[in-house]
Design a protein. Structure first.
Length: 96
């Protein structure tokens, strides 16, 4: 059993650098992962990469454009995450 199986991890600033590595780490250990980043193109690219690497990724990964300095953006992102995954178990505030 994977360590993070049935867990939902949210990583802000998750489309590149340390955030990307963190998101990939959670994903590779079985978590459902929501990747939030201000750069929509990088976020989409990362989701596509994960889906190519893992056929079941589409059910386990969600990429959202989110400016964490905008409370409405954050609120909308978390509403979408809860709608898709049901809950949030882990939050990594990496953006910035």
């Amino acid at each position: 059993m994977n360590v993070f199986e049935n867990k939902v991890a949210v990583v802000t600033g998750g489309a590149q650098g340390i955030g990307e590595a963190i998101a990939r780490g959670f994903f590779s250990r079985g978590a459902q992962v929501a990747i939030l980043d201000i750069n929509k193109n990088l976020t989409s690219k990362m989701v596509e990469q994960l889906m190519q690497e893992t056929p079941s990724a589409g059910k386990r990964v969600l990429g959202l454009k989110c400016n964490v300095t905008d409370s409405e953006d954050v609120h909308q992102a978390f509403n979408k995450i809860v709608s898709e995954f049901g809950t949030v178990d882990i939050l990594v505030n990496n953006a910035g």
